[in-house]
Design a protein around this ligand. Structure first.
Ligand code: NAD
Length: 478
């Protein structure tokens, strides 16, 4: 295998690790081997190279798109822009997407893309050129489209890249009515949806809150139930990390530590996340933040400080056999994909810790991507048709109650009661329902089968069963 195919993750490759998790969970199902093999395999792996002009020279870019499972269409998953990206990693992340979508009942198969570059080394024009060319390569091979495969942001990419993809796709498919559904995570002004930007982090916060709401589970960890006052360390101040920290603080937790690649900061009484972000924007580093009582030039040390919950929200393979014995957290909420190596996860679980697994914990992004895709197919924003209708009906009801009871509300009180939902409120409500319900489903699978040791295995069992049912309904398996 070439360097591009091998990913050092845990003791084996990342995809092997995902398959090992799958195999462990498959023991708790009774599906035939052939069906399990089909669910586990990556259906299509497209590896390609294309040239771009950089200054006076030409550079060849390595890129991938992997569609892991076609049990549902379209397939769905982000595009990672990273010089570390490789085929094994993209396959693993595509597989995780299949299981993730199944957990939160999003009707997509899993996919993932990768472009092997460090975006920091390219100008805006070069990044646009790379993104548009990547999209053209996907179009040529039928690896993108609202009913085929729908990319989204991932590490190193965001709304800007998604808007270039949408524009390129539309340019090459003029008149296609649903063209804007070819990619999600688009800017609001370009057929995006309210709430998508913060959805993954909001989902991480809801998942953590839900996990910590079970008194008996928290008692086993020596913690009181609820997020209020819980000390949290977050790794990564990007899209997922920043929003996770923001919403966890909003839900009453105290953000005691923040770790970025250049270093980490800590304060047992709490850090103001926005102030840290502003400081980093100004100085280029989290170090030197006036509100911190400790700082670490070696960012990894930041993960090992006193806390109740650790939220790794940067990259995979951050909690390993090398540092798990120093991790003080009792709960790990996996904002990133694959941040805990299997060996480290086993040790953590054996000592009684709870890992809220990535495939569930960071599923908020794909959930709201699903809502964005639906909005693109409907061609109408959520709430547009019924907001005012609901307000009017509610007002009539309140007026009637006032008349019948003699009670009288102020206009401000009335506004609160009669208000119809905005798109953002509907999106957040759908996200919360999806995350809360999925946590209860996963926990119930674990409770019902005491041999299942952790939530990750339980989540895999639930996903395998759902994907298996799809295949059976297609009539492929009896
Ligand atoms: P991002 O590029 O917005 O942010 C990543 C952050 O991590 C950056 O600020 C970066 O500087 C920091 N970082 C890099 N190396 C680090 C290190 N060694 N220590 C500390 N910080 C480090 O990416 P993102 O979209 O927030 O994605 C982060 C993770 O979440 C990835 O694993 C991604 O696959 C996963 N994820 C993202 C989404 C999404 O909607 N964006 C959805 C699901 C999962």
């Amino acid at each position: 295998m070439t360097d591009n195919k091998v990913a050092p993750y845990g003791q084996t490759g990342f995809f092997d690790d995902v398959c090992a998790f799958f195999d462990r969970a498959a023991q708790f199902t009774d599906h035939p081997k052939g069906l399990l093999d089909q669910i586990k395999a990556c259906n299509s792996v497209y590896r390609f190279r294309f040239p771009i002009r950089k200054g006076n020279s030409v550079e060849v870019i390595d890129a991938w798109r992997v569609e892991h499972s076609h049990h549902m269409s379209p397939t769905k998953g982000g595009i990672r822009y990273s010089e570390m990206v490789n085929e094994d990693e993209v396959m693993a992340l595509a597989a995780l997407m299949t299981y993730k979508c199944a957990i939160v009942n999003v009707p997509f198969g899993g996919a993932k893309g990768g472009i092997k570059i460090n975006p920091k080394n390219y100008s805006l024009a070069e990044l646009e050129n790379i993104t548009r060319r990547y999209t053209v390569e996907l179009i040529k091979k039928n690896f993108i489209g609202p009913a085929i495969d729908v990319p989204a942001p991932d590490y190193g990419s965001g709304e800007r890249e998604m808007s270039w993809i949408a524009d390129t796709y539309y340019t090459m498919n003029p008149g296609q009515l649903d063209a804007m559904g070819c990619v999600t995570g688009k800017p609001l002004a370009l057929h995006g949806i309210n709430g998508r930007r913060e959805a993954t982090g909001r989902g991480v916060a809801i998942a953590t809150r839900e996990c910590m709401s079970f008194a008996e589970d928290m008692a086993a960890l020596g913690l009181t139930p609820g997020l209020e006052g819980k000390r949290i360390i977050v790794q990564g101040l990007g899209n997922v990390g920043y929003h996770s920290a923001k919403f966890l603080a909003e839900f009453g937790a105290i953000i005691v530590g923040l770790c970025e690649y250049e270093g980490a900061i800590y304060n047992p009484d709490g850090l103001d996340v926005d102030a840290v972000v502003a400081h980093r924007k100004e100085t280029g580093t989290v170090l030197g933040f006036a509100g911190a009582t400790k700082e670490f030039a070696n960012s990894a040390e930041g993960l090992e400080q006193e806390c109740d919950v650790l939220v790794p929200a940067a990259l995979e393979n951050q909690i390993t056999i090398n540092n798990i014995h120093n991790i003080k957290a009792k709960v790990i909420a996996e904002g990133a994909n694959g941040p805990t190596s299997p060996e480290a996860g086993k040790i953590f679980t054996e000592r009684g810790g709870i890992i809220i697994p990535d495939m569930y914990c960071n599923a908020g992004g794909v959930t709201v991507s699903y809502f964005e895709w639906l909005k693109n197919l409907y061609h109408v924003a959520f709430g547009r048709m019924d907001k005012r209708y609901e307000e009017k009906a509610n007002l009539e009801l309140v007026n009637l109650i006032e008349k019948m009871t003699g009670a009288s509300l102020t206009w401000d009180q009335k506004k609160l009661v009669v208000k119809g939902p905005s798109e953002l409120e509907l999106v957040n409500s759908g996200l919360e329902e999806s995350m809360v319900r999925a946590y209860h489903d996963i926990r119930e699978i674990k409770v019902q089968n005491p041999k299942i040791e952790d939530l990750r295995t339980a989540a895999f069992v639930g996903s395998i069963n759902k994907v298996a049912i799809s295949y059976m309904n297609m009539g492929i398996w009896p």
